[in-house]
Design a protein around this ligand. Structure first.
Ligand code: GLP
Length: 252
């Protein structure tokens, strides 16, 4: 695992967008795994900038989003489908038929999970997976305790996660209690993984993920076992890491 620390969130975001652009430059038909949440917002803005100003085309790219709230349709402003449209897809040239996000309003959750996992097997593997990290170490919506062998599933959100995401809703009672998420196995199958974390609220989870034991108690710790995984952190998110014991931390 490689860890790169940036002086601030803006520089981290520029670097992450560059990594995505390099991937697309090397392979126009790349399959990208995308994350939502506050952290990747500026990465997507930078990517839009590269599309507008440097002619980066996403026209042959296929995308898979990690997760979606169960019970929200894509027209709900807090849905991840809406987020992706607003933050990225409406500004770039990826055809929407190449965009895949679990349907939060599908008639049957189990069937939707099967459909999504099937699409991943058919169109994958993901070349570059972007991840955020929850305060409790979750990746996608794979909460602590999720089996490492898990595939796309309907997840019960923890009170922690509901509280952390309440800022995107009018009231915390409005936060859905469940979500469809790609599983940990589905995520680990990506050829390359880039995890973004910013701010002191992530410091503890990040430190445990990079130097703690690999344990289902902290889902992101599994990333230590991935052959090509990079953590991009700002100073605050990196502040809990005890530099030592063979962990190569690069500062940019
Ligand atoms: C949500 C998402 C995750 C995301 C995490 C962190 O729970 N399902 O994919 O990584 O929140 O979000 P933020 O970047 O807003 O801190």
């Amino acid at each position: 695992m490689e860890v790169i620390v940036f002086p601030d969130y803006a520089k981290l975001s520029v670097y992450a967008a560059q990594m995505m652009a390099t991937q697309i430059g090397n392979k126009a038909t790349s399959v990208l795994g995308l994350a939502t949440g506050g952290t990747p917002v500026q990465t997507y803005q930078e990517l839009v900038g590269l599309h507008r100003e440097e002619g980066l085309s996403l026209s042959e790219v296929t995308t898979f989003n990690l997760d979606e709230y169960w019970g929200l349709s894509g027209s709900h402003p807090a849905s991840y489908r809406y987020y992706m449209w607003e933050n990225l897809f409406r500004h770039v040239d990826v055809p929407m038929e190449q965009v895949h996000i679990p349907h939060g309003d599908a008639p049957d959750a189990m069937e939707e999970c099967r459909r999504y996992e099937g699409l991943l097997s058919e169109l994958g593997p993901i070349d570059l997976q972007i991840l955020g990290i929850g305060n409790n170490g979750h990746i996608g919506f794979n909460e602590p305790g999720t089996e490492f062998g898990s595939i796309t599933a309907l997840i019960d959100l923890t009170p922690d996660t509901i509280a952390a995401n309440a800022r995107f809703f009018e009231a915390s009672e409005d936060v859905p209690r469940q979500a469809i998420s790609m599983g940990i196995k589905s995520i680990m199958q990506a050829r390359q993984i880039v995890l973004l974390a910013s701010g002191a609220s992530k410091a503890e989870a990040v430190a445990k993920a990079v130097t703690g034991p690999v344990s289902t108690a902290l889902p992101a710790s599994i990333l230590q076992l991935h052959p090509q995984c990079t953590f991009l952190l700002d100073e605050a998110a990196a502040s809990g890491i005890d530099n030592g014991e063979g962990l190569a931390v690069k500062r940019m």
